[in-house]
Write a protein that binds this ligand. Structure first.
Ligand code: A3D
Length: 317
């Protein structure tokens, strides 16, 4: 079987962590692309030189030529500005739209059969641009956000309950903004509702307060990291979340993951991308799973998607 090939458009913080994760798993050969001369080449050489000590064997090439992404099975786009303290994701839209336009044209021309995972922010807008410009079928263009947001939710629940994060399962839907929708009802510790455990620990009233704080922290988790780092945004957790999607596609795992996918009637949304649970496998987004939302969840989901719609409707495509 031929070796798989992944192209990373953007060789910054997330691109750098992703390539290290991919090498450790020997997931695929990697092409690191960036407009900065020397950076992708330097990172590629560094990983190749790490291989003998690490005992992994993949080929990593750094490049400034889009032609080198030819034949990629998967393209991951992280190109663009990251947030600095005081910025919202939406503040990145003008610059990152320009970057996404050039990346999407290059993907269409050089890797027409690839799956594409978009990570650049504002995520829901960037994945829309990428889908419209490449013209790829909707199952092959998706955004990474829900896995990260759900992982943050799970991490905070595990910290609060002092249980292994391995046993905590959470789901965050909607747009990748501060109005994302962490689903409290579906949060569980190996099947035991998180609210049940919080109520046992604190009683009903305080349990709800604690959960509200966890939800708030989840929504602003990206900003919390930006505030601490001061020079950029989170990169370990986004790269690790993208890895879950990449493995699901390249190994045809049929994972059930929250993914930013194009909705065509699902969840009452038509023609916009939003975070929803999907089955992800060799055909990309193979199925969108529609959950029954209660009135409160529905209201939050609609609000979150209306924010995405407003941003997307403002774009000249
Ligand atoms: P950073 O380390 O700055 O890397 C971005 C890279 O993009 C840099 O190396 C740039 O040189 C490169 N670049 C700029 N313009 C182009 C271009 N035209 N073509 C190719 N490469 C270019 O950022 P990062 O890796 O930390 O973050 C990358 C993106 O991911 C940002 O937009 C972040 O806001 C976003 N991000 C998204 C999430 C989600 O959960 C969706 C989380 C964290 C960061």
């Amino acid at each position: 079987m031929a070796r798989k090939k992944i192209a990373l458009i953007g060789s910054g913080q997330i691109g750098g962590v992703f390539v290290q994760l991919a090498a450790a798993r020997e997931l695929a050969d990697i092409v690191l692309f960036d407009i900065l001369e020397g950076v992708p080449q330097g990172k590629a050489l560094d990983i190749m030189e790490a291989s003998p000590a690490a005992g992994h064997d993949i080929h990593v090439q750094g490049t400034n030529r889009y032609e080198d992404i030819e034949g990629s099975d998967l393209v991951i786009v992280t190109a663009g500005l990251a947030r600095k303290p005081g910025m919202s994701r939406d503040d990145l839209v003008t610059t990152n739209s320009r970057i996404m336009r050039s990346a999407a044209v290059a993907i269409r021309e050089n890797a027409p059969d690839a799956h594409v995972i978009v990570i650049s922010n504002p995520l829901d807008v960037m994945v829309t641009l990428c889908h419209r410009i490449t013209g790829f079928p909707k199952n092959r263009v998706m955004g990474m956000a829900g896995i990260l947001d759900s992982a943050r939710f799970a991490a905070f629940v595990a910290m609060e309950l002092q249980v292994s994060v391995k046993d905590v399962h959470t789901l965050v839907l909607g747009g990748h903004g501060d109005d994302m929708v962490p689903l409290i009802r579906y949060a569980n510790v190996n099947g035991i509702p998180v609210m049940y455990l919080l109520e046992k620990k604190y009683g009903a009233e305080k349990a709800m307060e604690v959960m509200s704080e966890i939800v708030k922290r989840t929504r602003y988790a990206g900003g919390e990291i930006v505030g601490l780092l001061k020079t950029g945004s989170a990169f370990y957790s986004p790269a690790t979340s993208a890895m879950a999607m990449a493995e699901a596609i390249l190994k045809d795992q049929k994972r059930v993951l929250p993914v930013c996918a194009l909705l065509e009637g699902e969840y009452g949304v038509n023609g916009y991308f939003a975070g929803v649970p999907c089955v992800v496998g060799a055909n990309g987004v193979e199925q969108i799973i529609e959950l029954e939302l209660n009135r409160e969840e529905r209201t939050m989901f609609d609000e979150s998607v209306s924010h995405v719609k407003a941003m997307v409707d403002n774009l000249s495509l």
